[in-house]
Ligand binder design. Structure first.
Ligand code: SF4
Ligand code: SF4
Length: 707
């Protein structure tokens, strides 16, 4: 799809359309740090390295968002178009320093930051707005209407706008826009004039004005308001980047962020105020660029209207306030409504928007017929109540969980056992799959202060605590930030700290992207038994820690619960007062299974014998206290009714999905549980000996049963 040329149809997801748009825009370099909902963008570009090399486009998988933002520095002097991507708001926080220093001198080549606005019902991070960064650093903020052709156009125009104004641009994509599917007519990709194939002869001449350093920063600040923002406004107006859909009524209107267009139209349809083709009763002013706003466009849309409603997701209501101030300056007295009728916080779904518009119209234009819409809204309430009644209780929450066989689960089982002996400890948690330990059955973690920040976040707690504090971090977090923010600081200050690094080999939570300590491709090829847990042969994390001066360092197999328990106890109680690091090593099971399954399918197809390990529970031995479940949380370890009619409590059972990670056996041993677990070997494509042995065993069992 990325190779499609002029006029050819491109079908796919929104985020992939953006990827194609970058190539159509002549981008010379791309980078970023993965995170939902924009992980695909970088993943696809990394996987398309060969094709991008043909175009001369450089791709960099950056170690964090700060390094991605700093990469845009290439556009300060050179006419190079560059794009980076990350998840916001968290990624923008990490990138903030570089963004300020980029926005101050401004850019020559267009600089585009594609941010995945992880806000609303499907979000996985704190709920804040990227908008504040656009305001404080004077960045352009594009919020395109979710339509593939429009999104592609906004990428292309975003670069041009960035160059016309010298301002870096952020293109904000909500979760729904990223995963929206559709089509557009492709254009040819544009190989950049200066690129990895066509190199620059010389660097730019020295220009102090291009540094973010006083005294030129004082001039930069003036340039922002006196030249750059006015230039941006001119470009936005001339190229009609914002859209007006007049509507059948000229007296009432809505001003909305571009990203809310589809939901708003859905809401208007439900209220009987729009048709399926986008024809609306009310006029719509769609802000595909939400910063800067163009005052004259606001004035022209609002002037003469009875009332206007501003749809602005999240808080504070920056856009609404600016519209109010703008109209005041123009002495236009159209009443403006917004957060009064719409909630301050939370995603603006179709239902939320419909309620807001209905209340707005009831207040400003009570003659508008809303009977059908009101009935639709009332039906939703009734349906929810009916579902609750039918279930007799609220739906149980279904929090995310470690994958079946995840190497991180045993570590938290061991930590549970260790705490039973040394006492509860303060646990500084982090971002990553291991944060699932904050849910049942572990419920561990006192704070999460950011990606790779756990060790740093315990610095203020440790000195005040009688027992040692434990910081938990993944290898993704370690390379992203933890190495410098936590380890360096703890060593420099001589802190008495314990760090547990979960080394699964990938940044698993964002889509198992590779990192410095990922098992090498050669190792994956060479491994005779593909089912084994592969590790980084170079011990990159361990050697880095040793080189930095860590003197207490242990590497423990994640699945060895008792060994892990003992090591944790030692770290929490030893007389050694410096930084203690435990590296829990076990390959991400998701990646492992991705490797194992095709290999196994091939083996079976060729008729090769394969032995698979599976765990099970002997019902007769199960005591029914379910402590194994409380220690594990594996989704395949479940309960079922006992077959013995005299037992009323359910017994534990292992469902089919078991990947035989061994945790059940390890837990039974480490926690001295009832001896109900058995380890079975499932033989596929058995040979003659296997069949003979199975026949013999079967006969023996039948004899014993009969006797
Ligand atoms: S993706 Fe990997 S590390 Fe994350 S929960 Fe699944 S198996 Fe564990
Ligand atoms: S051995 Fe136990 S913990 Fe491991 S996958 Fe099977 S049921 Fe789950």
């Amino acid at each position: 799809m990325l190779r499609r040329g002029r006029g050819e149809p491109f079908h796919g997801e929104g985020i992939l359309a953006i990827t194609k748009a970058l190539l159509q825009s002549g981008v010379a370099y791309v980078g970023g740090y993965q995170g939902a909902p924009v992980s695909h963008l970088l993943d696809v570009l990394v996987q398309s390295r060969d094709y991008l090399a043909e175009l001369g486009v450089h791709v960099e998988a950056c170690s964090n968002e700060a390094s991605a933002a700093a990469m845009l520095g290439a556009s300060i002097h050179y006419p190079l178009r560059g794009a980076v991507t990350w998840k916001s708001i968290v990624g923008t926080n990490v990138a903030a320093d570089a963004l300020s220093n980029l926005a101050s001198p401004g850019v020559t080549g267009g600089a585009l930051i594609v941010v995945g606005e992880d806000y609303g019902e499907g979000a996985s991070v704190i709920q804040e707005r990227t908008y504040a960064y656009a305001l404080k650093s004077s960045l352009l903020l594009l919020d395109p209407r979710p339509d593939l052709a429009r999104m592609v156009r906004m990428v292309e125009q975003g670069f041009a706008l960035s160059e016309a104004s010298s301002m870096p641009a952020m293109l904000q994509l909500r979760i729904r826009a990223c995963h929206l599917r559709g089509s557009f007519a492709a254009e040819d990709n544009v190989a950049p004039a200066i690129s990895a194939r066509h190199l620059m002869e010389d660097p730019a001449r020295f220009d102090y004005g291009r540094l973010a350093h006083p005294p030129v920063t004082f001039r930069h600040e003036k340039l922002k308001s006196e030249e750059r923002i006015p230039a941006a406004r001119r470009f936005i107006a001339e190229h009609r980047l914002n859209e007006v859909f007049p509507g059948r009524r000229s007296d009432l209107g809505l001003i909305l962020q571009g990203g809310l267009y589809n939901s708003t139209l859905g809401a208007l349809q439900r209220l009987g105020l729009a048709d399926a083709f986008g024809e609306s009763e009310l006029g719509l002013f769609v802000l595909n660029v939400t910063h800067p706003l163009v005052p004259e466009e606001i004035r022209d849309f609002c002037r003469g209207k009875r009332a206007v409603l501003v749809l602005e997701e999240g808080q504070p209501e920056f856009i609404e306030q600016e519209i109010l101030a703008t109209l005041r300056r123009f002495e236009v007295d159209t009443p403006i409504h917004g957060k009064g009728f719409l909630p301050r916080a939370g995603e603006y779904t179709v239902e939320v928007i419909a309620r807001g518009i209905a209340d707005f119209l009831a207040w400003t234009a009570p003659e508008v017929e809303l009977e059908a819409g009101r009935r639709w809204l009332a039906d939703i309430v009734e349906r929810r109540a009916a579902v609750a009644r039918a279930l007799e209780w609220a739906l149980p929450p279904r929090p995310p969980n470690f994958c079946i066989g995840c190497p991180e689960r045993p570590v938290f089982a061991a930590l549970k056992l260790a705490q039973a002996r040394v006492g509860d400890v303060h646990i500084a948690a982090d971002i990553g799959c291991h944060s699932f330990a904050t849910f049942e059955p572990f419920s561990m973690g006192h704070s999460i202060l950011g990606y790779g920040m756990s060790l740093a976040s315990r610095a203020g707690v440790s000195p005040m605590m009688r027992r040692r504090v434990l910081a938990v971090m993944g290898d993704g977090g370690f390379w992203h930030n933890g190495l410098i923010t936590g380890v360096q600081s703890a060593l420099f200050n001589g802190d008495d700290a314990v760090l547990l690094i979960l080394k699964n080999g990938y940044t698993s939570a964002t889509g198992t992207q590779e990192i410095l300590s990922t098992p090498s491709p050669a190792l994956k090829d060479e491994a005779a038994d593909k089912t084994e847990s592969l590790v980084d042969r170079n011990r990159t994390i361990e050697t880095t820690l040793e080189a930095m001066g860590v003197r207490w360092l242990r590497n423990v197999d994640s699945y060895r619960v008792d060994a892990m328990r003992a090591t944790l106890e030692e770290a929490l109680t030893t007389d050694f007062a410096g930084l203690k690091v435990i590296v829990a090593e076990g390959e991400c099971q998701l990646e492992r299974q991705r490797r194992v399954k095709p290999w196994l399918a091939g083996m079976l197809e060729r008729g090769k014998r394969f032995v698979r390990v599976k765990y099970g529970v002997d019902e007769d031995a199960c005591s029914g206290d379910h402590s194994c479940i409380r220690l594990s949380g594996c989704p395949t370890l479940s309960v079922r009714p006992a077959t013995d009619p005299l037992r009323i409590d359910p017994v534990a059972t292992v469902l089919d999905g078991c990947v035989g990670c061994g945790l059940c056996g390890e837990n039974a041993h480490a926690a001295a549980l009832c001896p109900s677990f058995y380890r079975a070997e499932v033989i596929q494509n058995p040979n003659g000996r296997d069949r003979f042995a199975a026949g013999l065993r079967g006969a023996l069992i039948r004899t014993l049963r009969a006797s």
